[in-house]
Design a binder for this molecule. Structure first.
Ligand code: FCB
Length: 448
């Protein structure tokens, strides 16, 4: 196989999120988050797991930075827990919470690792949920208030910023399917929530510019390529509609200042029309420095008049693919096609892959090693496609591997392992997997 080399300044990173790794859920003045409430409610999370302790990163961040340094990670994407900063969501600031992120950021910098901050990775202060959460438009102002404190304290030392992580998942899983916090099941609410999340993104970007922060800001969407099950016009239309609902619903407002027509039409048929001030879309579509997305898998969609939206997953196709432990199909070409689509439909933006990786059932072998060959193969294949897109002119700037550590995988608890570092959840001992050593070589050689 010929050698694959990435551009000279390509950023090799790794990602985590506060609730999934920090633990210390009630320490140093932290307020309750919707994920604390949700995971403490019986029946919501597999095996009754919670993020109370998680990887205990709050106390072990020094060790975790040592591990990053050992692997050679160039940039670390982490999120800030809003209720650590504002236990009530707004009003009184908790200095101890802020100090933690200052210590973390400074230690990263001392170790030559570029910090990349996600402002919102799903752990809304419960007190704000009590006032209506993301359905309440006021939450967008509380988000700005919180963002301002973070920008003020870390804006001059953190070069990369993400306003939100996967607003599409917050909307769909949190407010329509009810399998993520806050566990709401209502279509209209989920759409209002998606709009307010986008609006809060716009308000935070505006503030970021007004504060003259010399750094880059974008948003991390959940995107996968939606393939039609066949060349039939009805399947093609179905796949387009499904991508509009899941992807363009977020891409278009942010990058084009409007919602996609086919999605609006479908919601109208269901009796839902969003109403909001005209200026919202202007705020939402302010220029950003890059568009980021998390990508794991691909969708195959068929026309299906018996389903409510007129389409459904093409199971006869999906069942032919190899899958990760999440049941997600492995289809690396989907990453290439997605990168090309963004490049073509959205005016050659700078792109960041803010998450990519795979869950497998990893075990420590009798030789003491974690030989996660499937993960290595997955990463190799996806990175090969990312590289191919760069060769074809796509402005891909950075890649964040999900995840640095095995961690709390939301509704699945600790049952899904995404890490390139193994975590024993009884002893909290960390151990670099073979994929971690492989990634180390990739970073060192800027390719493989
Ligand atoms: C994404 C989330 C991230 C992680 C991965 C597996 O949807 O952003 O927190 O759970 O999936």
């Amino acid at each position: 196989m010929s050698k694959i080399t990435f551009p000279k300044d390509f950023i090799w990173g790794s990602a985590t999120a506060a609730y999934q790794i920090e633990g210390a859920y009630n320490e140093d003045g932290k307020g309750e988050s919707i994920w604390d409430r949700f995971s403490h409610t019986p029946g919501n999370i597999a095996d009754g797991h919670t993020g109370d302790v998680a990887c205990d990163h709050y106390h072990r961040y020094e060790e975790d930075i040592k591990i990053m340094k050992e692997i050679g990670i160039k940039s670390y994407r982490f999120s800030i827990s809003w209720p650590r900063i504002f236990p009530e969501g707004t009003g009184k600031l908790n200095q101890k919470g802020l100090d933690f992120y200052k210590r973390l950021t400074n230690l990263l910098l001392e170790n030559g690792i570029m910090p990349a901050i996600t402002l919102y990775h799903w752990d809304l202060p419960q007190k704000l949920q009590d006032k209506g959460g993301w359905k309440n438009r006021d939450t967008t102002d509380y988000f700005t208030e919180y963002s301002e404190v973070i920008f003020k304290n870390l804006g001059d030392i953190v070069p990369i910023w993400f306003t939100h992580n996967e607003p599409g998942v917050v909307s769909l899983l949190g407010h329509f399917l009810g399998i993520h916090a806050p566990g709401i099941k209502d279509l209209r609410t989920s759409l209002e929530v998606s709009h307010n999340l986008l609006l809060s993104h716009g308000k935070a970007v505006k503030l970021f510019r007004e504060m003259n922060i010399d750094a880059q800001i974008g948003i991390a969407l959940n995107l996968s390529y939606h393939y039609p099950a066949s060349e039939k016009a009805e399947d093609i239309e179905a796949a387009e509609l499904s991508f509009s609902l899941a992807g363009r619903w977020y891409l278009d407002p942010v990058l084009k200042g409007r919602y996609p027509e086919n999605a609006l039409k479908l919601y109208k048929k269901k009796g839902i029309e969003l109403s909001f001030p005209e200026d919202d879309l202007k705020l939402i579509s302010q220029p950003i420095d890059f568009i980021a997305f998390n990508n794991y898998s691909s969708e195959f969609i068929k026309y299906d008049p018996s389903s409510e939206s007129g389409f459904s997953p093409a199971n006869s196709i999906l069942e032919k693919f190899e899958k990760t432990d999440m049941g997600w199909i492995i289809y690396p070409e989907g990453l290439y096609d997605l990168l090309m689509l963004l490049d073509k439909d959205y005016g050659k933006p700078n792109i960041v892959i803010s998450e990519n990786g795979a869950a497998f059932k990893d075990e420590i072998g009798s030789n003491g090693k974690i030989e996660d060959t499937k993960r290595i193969q997955y990463l190799k294949d996806y990175l090969t496609q990312a590289h191919r897109a760069i060769q074809d002119g796509v402005n891909l700037k950075a890649y964040y591997l999900w995840s640095l550590l095995d961690n709390f995988e939301w509704a699945y608890g600790y049952n899904k392992r995404f890490g390139i570092v193994h975590v024993n959840f009884d002893t909290l001992e960390r151990k670099i997997k073979d994929s971690g050593y492989w990634y180390k070589e990739v970073i060192k050689n800027n390719g493989f």
